[in-house]
Design a protein around this ligand. Structure first.
Ligand code: ADP
Length: 348
């Protein structure tokens, strides 16, 4: 994996775009294959840390459906990447004593893709569709009757020779996951019996997730070290686990140890150009750019100045800078706060 390379200066905009950011919550290819991460997935609701309100709503829905001997209500989970939507879908299936089939909306291109998925389901199974806001219109329309009546209404042939055919489906539960609730059409949204937001995690919850994972990796973490790591994980388990894996690389290769002290974490993150606030070179470039202008600056102007995509800045970079009080969005543009200015001018 290309981690933030040490020979890239904070002002070198052209190279940066090819890098994978350690503090980006989207899944990276290594994480799809990583066996330790698969083992780290909680397999019971007790092991799933945090999200208490969400868990209790799901618990009620699961118990009610077990009581009625029916599949659980179709459920929509929304929230940022890396917060546990896929993990929850597996947990729900496990609690329902059934299987969870995984699909992502961009891979469901043709009507026959969704038909194949639905026909492949067995009674009571869970179908998880990630990024469900990206389904195309035809697929979405086929899902309406499938969700409502467990039936597929297909049109075969074209023009005068077109015929309608109805196929009955096994009863199933659709779990849709999205990072963009507003992009889901109303008819699709209305067909979910449950719609639940998954929130960012507290430092204590992230610390617990880090400690659990460190046991699996055979690491011995100082208490304060795990807390410091939790603090810079942007409220996101995926980032916490990724940072811990990179700290482990550093501990094993550079320090030849399994003991992770506060100091070791600081040095490890330093080597990946992540500072104590958890900011990486892209965050710092963003802040430096704004610091050059004393006036509110429009997002498009910042994107043009940094040579980056404005939606990436808006959804990936800015939320954390706002959360830690370094940035505000005003009607006239983005503005550094006094805290943000102090940090970029003094590094503190
Ligand atoms: P999403 O589907 O929202 O992108 P995932 O379910 O893939 O997120 O979770 C990302 C990683 O974080 C996984 O490795 C998962 O095991 C871990 N994780 C997420 N939520 C929790 C949690 N509440 N407790 C423990 N681990 C979690």
């Amino acid at each position: 994996m290309a981690i933030i390379s040490s020979n890239i200066g904070d002002n070198d905009f052209s190279l940066r775009k090819k890098e994978l950011r350690l503090v980006d919550s989207k899944i990276i290819p290594e994480e799809k294959r990583n066996n330790n991460l698969n083992l780290a997935r909680p397999v019971t609701f007790q092991e799933f840390i945090g999200q208490e309100k969400l868990k209790s709503s799901l618990r009620i829905a699961i118990d009610a459906s077990i009581y009625r001997k029916e599949p659980m209500e179709h459920t929509l989970l929304y929230g940022q990447p890396g917060l546990g939507k896929t993990t929850l879908a597996f947990l729900i299936a496990k609690e329902m004593n059934t299987k969870c089939r995984l699909a992502t909306a961009p891979a469901i291109e043709r009507p026959r893709d969704i038909v194949g998925l639905l026909l492949g389901l067995k009674e009571g199974e869970v179908l998880f569709i990630d990024e469900i806001h990206r389904l195309n219109r035809l697929t979405e329309e086929l899902l309406y009757s499938a969700m409502e009546d467990f039936r597929l209404d297909l049109t075969m042939g074209a023009n005068r020779g077109a015929r309608c055919r109805t196929i009955n489906l096994p009863r199933f539960t659709l779990i849709g996951a999205t990072t963009k609730l507003a992009s889901i059409s109303a008819p699709l949204r209305d067909r979910f019996g449950l719609s639940q937001k998954i929130e960012f995690y507290t430092y204590d919850e992230l610390q617990q997730i880090i400690v659990n994972f460190s046991k699996l990796l055979n690491l011995n973490l100082e208490d304060e070290a795990s807390y410091n790591l939790a603090k810079i994980s942007r409220g996101t388990p995926r980032i916490a686990l990724r940072l811990l894996r990179r700290v482990r690389d550093y501990a094993q290769v550079v320090k030849k140890t399994h003991f992770i002290s506060v100091n070791l974490i600081k040095n490890a993150l330093n080597s990946y150009q992540i500072d104590e606030k958890g900011l990486d070179s892209l965050d710092r470039q963003y802040l430096s750019f704004l610091n050059q202008n004393n006036n509110p600056t429009g997002l498009d102007a910042i994107a043009a100045g940094l040579g980056d995509d404005s939606s990436m800045l808006e959804f990936v970079v800015e939320p954390y800078l706002i959360q830690i009080g370094f940035l505000t969005r005003t009607p006239r543009g983005r503005l550094l706060t006094a805290l943000g200015k102090k940090y970029i001018n003094s590094g503190k």
